[in-house]
Design a protein around this ligand. Structure first.
Ligand SMILES: Cc1ncc(COP(=O)(O)O)c(C=O)c1O
Length: 507
């Protein structure tokens, strides 16, 4: 097997010191479409999808395979249309994601409506559209039965389970705290606790308008390594086996393994690693104690220590899509067979988010200002014309994104600075970055921005969210325009009484 991390070539390349995405010069795209800008590679999206499809199909000879990319990670309709055209299904969370996917003509039989707290209206719409329902809440089956009976149809449902994972005791990446993966999965709100599953299944079997067709397990992104996936699948298979026995030989038609695989240049939870967090906590009394040395020495030592804290360890290697798929299909086949589950015809489903979209998109922004201070602590900031509010998903996940100065891509990294955004928050995008000497107008490309970033962008400081461009070979077209001031204030309403001159709205 290939060593983890040997990924096939990607849509990004550096030519004569400039970053290219497919055949388009990245800085040239900013000149043409403005800054900041999200850019996606059509070739990479299609390639990643096909690699998932083929790798899972190779490993799973028992039945069909569905790749159902998570729409939450990328809600751009043009991207969704590309995937729909390829025959992809979809993991759908909100009613609005459902509507978006349906607009592209997605096959409802290969979608899963996931998530807790689904409303009756949402359940009705899913049933009318023929979407699979993945049950999360204990009351959901009663509601589904009621609505399906009203509509005169039989609802195909799956249960989202939450196995215990005592075999996975290593530290989770899910949070910055030091806790084992097992505990990280337990404290994550999603999934039906094992204690309810047997009873819930029996309830589904007794409901005339409900057909329990499968089981679903998604735990989030806890670790990129193959041992993690093997451990997850072993315990999932064991739970599937236990349920099949408790339900008198019931056989799943569908097994859905959710998402959670890391993306190629995995930026997840690396901006401030837990090790640094711990050293910072332990070091705090020491730092405070340094004040006793007098202000000048105190600041000079602080400056040196700060440099140490912003050095970042090498990221963990990320296996390829093919390696993931082989581990998952091999482990599931072996363990489910051991559990006595008949796999003939069983459909295997996967819901990749970050691992499918992550390396398909970059975020481009221009340098507005390079700001320096020498006293009391030397420090440099490179201020971009973007904001971490446009990369919000990554901020929540403490992402440390790889980056390239698009127009100085092979210049030596002689400068150390925090790359920051221009909102009035601290807006720290990449702390302690080593980069070439940049100046006003240079273009910074934040890589691995294809998942959860554009879809979570917000309008702090009333800033318009950026446009998005899709490239294919040397062609680029806008797939989402930037927001206008009217878009930003479009939902606001000033009551007439407040507009009455001089009244201040009060009698
Ligand atoms: C049910 C479900 N499936 C798939 C995903 C995609 O996860 P990821 O982007 O980590 O692959 C998510 C993300 O939260 C999810 O909740």
């Amino acid at each position: 097997m290939q060593a983890p991390g040997h990924h096939p070539p990607d849509c990004l390349s550096i030519r004569d010191g400039r970053l290219f995405i497919e055949e388009c010069d990245a800085a040239g795209l900013v000149e043409r479409f403005g800054s900041p800008l999200f850019v996606f590679s059509e070739g990479q999206i299609v390639d990643n999808y096909r690699r998932f499809r083929d790798a899972f199909a190779r490993g799973w000879a028992h039945g069909p395979v569905d790749v159902m990319p998570a729409m939450k990670a990328n809600t751009l309709l043009a991207v969704r249309q590309l995937l729909t055209n390829e025959g992809a299904g979809a993991d759908l969370y909100s009613p609005e994601e459902l509507e978006g996917a349906l607009r592209t003509g997605v096959d409802p039989a290969r979608t899963s409506a996931n998530g807790g707290g689904k409303s009756r209206e949402h359940l009705r719409r899913c049933l009318q559209a023929g979407v699979r329902l993945t049950v999360e809440d204990l009351h959901e089956i009663d509601w589904i039965q009621e609505i399906a009976a009203e509509l005169g149809l039989v609802a195909k449902i799956r249960l989202r389970v939450k196995p215990t994972l005592p075999n996975l005791w290593r530290r989770t990446d899910f949070t910055q705290l030091w806790i084992p993966i097992d505990l990280g999965v337990q404290v994550y709100k999603s999934g039906i606790p094992p204690e309810y599953l047997v009873e819930l299944g029996r309830k589904a079997f007794a409901a005339p308008n409900v057909d329990l067709v499968g089981l679903h397990f998604h735990a989030g992104r806890h670790h990129p390594s193959l041992w993690f996936w093997e451990g997850m699948m072993v315990r999932f298979a064991r739970l599937v086996g236990d349920l099949c026995r408790a339900w008198d030989g019931w056989k799943p038609q569908e097994i859905d393994i959710g998402g959670g695989m890391a993306s190629r240049r995995d930026p997840h939870n690396k901006e401030f690693s837990r090790w640094e967090f711990l050293t910072t906590c332990l070091g705090y009394p020491f730092l405070v104690g340094l004040r006793g040395l007098g202000e000048r020495l105190y600041h000079s030592l602080l400056g040196k220590i700060l440099n140490l804290l912003t050095e970042h360890p090498q990221p963990k290697g990320v296996p390829t899509i093919e390696e993931y798929a082989a581990t998952i299909t091999r482990t599931l086949s072996r363990e489910l067979t051991r559990q006595g589950v008949d796999l003939e015809g069983v459909r295997l489903q996967t819901e990749p988010g970050r691992s499918l979209y992550g390396d398909t998109g970059i975020h481009l922004a221009r340098v507005k200002v390079v700001k320096r201070q020498t006293q009391p602590i030397p420090y440099t900031w490179v201020l971009l014309d973007t904001s971490y509010f446009f990369l919000a998903g990554g901020v929540f996940e403490h992402n440390r994104h790889p980056f390239v100065v698009a127009n100085k891509a092979d210049a030596p990294h002689t400068m150390k600075a925090d790359i920051v955004g221009h909102s009035c928050y601290a807006d720290q995008i990449i702390l302690g970055a080593h980069l070439p000497e940049v100046e006003m107008g240079d273009v910074v490309a934040i890589l691995e921005a294809g998942a959860y970033q554009e879809s979570s962008a917000s309008n702090f400081n009333a800033m318009p969210r950026p446009a998005t461009v899709l490239v294919r070979d040397d062609q680029a077209e806008m797939i989402k325009r930037t927001e206008s001031v009217d878009d930003i204030y479009g939902r606001d309403h000033i009551p007439d009484r407040l507009r009455a001159p001089g009244s201040g709205g009060r009698p």
